[in-house]
Every structure is written in C-alpha cells, then in structure tokens.
Design a protein around this ligand. Structure first.
Ligand code: F6P
Length: 341
C-alpha cells in the first residue's frame, strides 16, 4: 500500500510525533510506503514530495513544528487545484491519504474524500475547536505555555500594581483562554463564546482593587468581542486572509480599562510562542495514538473519517459530520472560568 501524508494549516507541537507514528506502524509493521508531501495540500497539488522512511523520523518525537512543512492552502475545483491533487495521487500511485490538520484542512479533506479519494484525517489545533474530539494535537502544549506565561505575569503585575491583559489565540472558541485562565488564576477570562460587558469588567476590577488586591490579570482570547448593546463597540480586526490581527482586542481593552478605572494597564500578546517548542508528554501520546489509529483505520478499509478522542478512547467520526462545525467551550467550563472572579 502507498499512503500520502501531509500536515496543513497552522503548525502545532506534536505533529512530528503523529508523522513518526504513521511511518513506524505503516512502514515498519505493515510494509507500506509512506510518501510525505511538503507544505500541506499545496505540496500535494504541486507534487512536492519528501521521502518518509524509518531513517527520516529518528529523533523527531520531541521536536515541535512539522518536518513536512505546512501551508494554509485548500484544493478547489474552481482554480484547478483539485485536478492537480488527483494528478499527483495518480502519478504517485497512492492508495490513500492521511491528512493532519485543523478545521480548514479537514474540511478540504472531506471535499477531496467526496471525489473518491480514500482519506483518514487526524485533528490538530492549539485552539482545540475541531468538532467531535475532546482534544486536538497541540492544545495541551499551548495551555502549558500560556499558563506558564500567566504565572510569570502574575509576579510582575503584583510588583507594579497593574492590570495585565494576556492575549491568547482562539479565533472562534476560547479553550485556551478558559483553561490557561483557570490554571493561571486569572481574575477575568474573556472568550468568544461569551461576549463581554466592559462595564461589568470595570466593576469587577474596581471592586477587587478596592477590597482585596492591587493588581489583576485578564486572559483574553483573540476572538473575544463585546456584547451588542453594551458601552464598548469593537469588531474583530481581520487581515487579508481573514486572520485575526493579533493584539487588537487586548490593546483596545487596555485603553478602555485604563480610561475607565485609572489603573495602570499593560498588554502581553502570547502569539506564536503558544505554537512553538517541544510538545508536552500528553500531546506526544495523543499524536502517537492518533497516528496508530489512522493507519489501523486504513487497514480496516475506513475512509472519509477522522480520529477523535472521546471519553478517553480513540473513535472514528465521519469527516462529513465534523467539517464546517466549531467545538465551543461547554457552558460548565465557562462557568468555572467566571465563578472565581
Ligand atoms: O488556527 C490556529 C491558530 O493558531 C489561531 O488560533 C490563530 O488565529 C491562527 O492560527 C494564526 O494563524 P497564522 O499562524 O497564520 O498567523
């Protein structure tokens, strides 16, 4: 069997662990040839191949990023790239694909699967917003990095009696903000799921600073927005590819809070530090389990499916069910994030 493998969308720590698992089990156990494609779907459309044998995956388990490279590129019928994908699959005599990616890459995987290509997807994203899986590769590492950053900001916040805003990634869902906020003991946690009322945030800060502390930490997701009809109007700033302009919501909040409270306020945007460096043990294990399960799924003849973690077990979900949906933070977790304020 010849299997193509690619990683698409934003990189995350743990991708190399998944690649390693696919190669070790696919080639080592079953004698398959694993053909790597550089830079996600773009590499598949362009036929940009990278050899992926046992010798290529030594010492990659603990290394962040993706040895295959990645890109935000989706094959489309309209621009001919879907045809290019099929041409490469034929030229390389591929029997199936394993595609590791977030919502965009898996959505594309579903479209490609609909054209008759055998595909198994593996979810990765530090945003943890791929629908149907409790965890995606990269999330645990990002929470660990963000929590460490909040801990560090705590000591300087306290020394200077400041309000410190820490912006974390999370365009549609506030998993990172909620979990790193809880783990880091933030006073205010702002997520896209629950649009905020600036007056309430200001009341909360003033009360705290009057009653029991001289500093506060606010963890804010990059996609957080004020509730409609409240006294702050702001719309998420987007770049030319629809990406969020990092730092815009937190900088705007800093100005509002400083003006409305008179407190000294500062912003730290964690940005891509959250996606960098070595994966945690939990991400290495999840990535390895997903990689092994993807190979097993192909062996059992599954196609158009994604590996998912549910109640501690790895299950297979139809890509068609996952595509286009967002996994939001459940209310119960958001309640915990706000109840300690
Ligand atoms: O999709 C994952 C993510 O890390 C988002 O949280 C963030 O908005 C985006 O990627 C940043 O993308 P880029 O690396 O292309 O700037």
């Amino acid at each position: 069997m010849r299997v193509g493998l690619l990683t698409g969308g934003g990189d995350v720590p743990g991708l190399n662990a998944a690649i390693r698992a696919v190669v070790k089990v696919g080639e080592g156990r079953h004698g398959w040839s694993i053909v790597g494609f550089r830079n996600g779907w773009q590499g598949l459309a362009e036929g940009n191949i990278m050899p992926l044998g046992r010798q290529n995956i030594r010492n990659v388990l603990s290394v962040g990023g993706t040895m295959l490279g990645t890109a935000r590129f989706h094959p489309r019928v309209s621009d001919g790239s879907m045809e290019d994908v099929h041409a490469t699959i034929e030229a390389e005599r591929l029997d199936a694909l394993i595609v590791i990616g977030g919502d965009g890459t898996l959505h594309a995987a579903n479209k490609v699967a609909e054209t008759g290509v055998k595909i198994v997807g593996i979810p990765k994203t530090i945003d943890n917003d791929v629908w149907g899986t409790e965890r995606s590769i990269g999330f645990d590492t990002a929470v660990t990095i963000a929590t460490d950053a909040v801990d560090r900001i705590h000591t300087t916040a306290e020394s200077h009696n400041r309000v410190m805003l820490v912006e974390v990634m999370g365009r549609h869902a506030g998993w990172l903000a909620a979990t790193a906020g809880i783990a880091g003991g933030a006073e205010v946690i702002l997520t896209p799921e629950r649009p905020f009322d600036i007056d309430q945030v200001v009341r909360q800060l003033k009360h705290r600073h009057r009653a029991h502390a001289s500093f506060s930490i606010i963890v804010v997701a990059e996609g957080a927005e004020p509730a409609k009809g409240t006294s702050m109007s702001y719309q998420t700033e987007l770049g030319q590819f629809g990406e969020i302009i990092a730092g815009s919501v937190s900088e705007r909040l800093r100005v509002e809070i400083a003006e409305r409270t008179g407190f000294d306020a500062r912003v730290t945007v964690l940005g891509h530090t959250q996606r960098g460096g070595s994966p945690t043990a939990a991400d290495r294990i999840l990535a390895t389990r997903f990689g092994v399960a993807a190979v097993q799924a192909l062996r059992e003849g599954h196609t158009g499916v994604m590996t998912a973690l549910q109640a501690g077990e790895i299950r297979l979900l139809p890509l068609a069910e996952v595509a286009g949906k967002v996994q939001y933070v459940p209310d119960a977790l958001l309640d915990v994030a706000t109840i300690l304020a």
